[in-house]
Design a protein around this ligand. Structure first.
Ligand code: ZN
Length: 143
């Protein structure tokens, strides 16, 4: 398992996100148990509201048992645009059991409880703060 390689890809994808004054720029990659990429996404890549993890999950489909989702930012637990579809709830519903994050969401828009909710649901959360600086770099306009 090469967590650093995949997280590096996720933070690179964050940089592709169209910038917004009301949402973070985030990148996400879903990697299967066999170590191959299943799907990827970034903020606002397919529509003006989509989140990176949501976008990757929409493309992933199929059995995600054993998959890891890498996200440059903590998955959201409150969401103005689609309150019923937080990334945390989508990840849990998809059956993903391992999530790696680079950056804990700062309290800019909401207080995020993504890590706590994922952990409570039995999902393993791997913190990779060594990538936080790169994840933050796509969002300096918000900070
Ligand atoms: Zn989200």
């Amino acid at each position: 398992m090469d967590d650093a390689r995949w997280m590096s890809r996720a933070v690179d994808l964050a940089g592709r996100s169209p910038r917004s004054s009301t949402a973070f720029a985030v990148g996400a990659v879903i990697v299967g148990a066999d170590g191959s990429q299943i799907a990827r996404g970034w903020s606002r890549d397919v529509d003006p509201l989509v989140h990176a993890e949501e976008s990757a999950l929409l493309r992933a489909g199929g059995d995600l048992t054993g998959a890891t989702l890498y996200s440059s930012l903590e998955p959201c637990s409150k969401r103005a645009s689609r309150p019923e579809a937080t990334c945390t709830s989508l990840i849990i519903a998809a059956g993903i059991r391992r999530v790696a994050i680079a950056w804990r969401e700062p309290d800019v828009f909401v207080t995020c409880e993504g890590v706590a909710l994922l952990t409570a649901a039995g999902v393993e959360v791997v913190a990779m703060p060594e990538f936080a600086g790169r994840a933050r770099a796509a969002n300096t306009h918000l900070l």
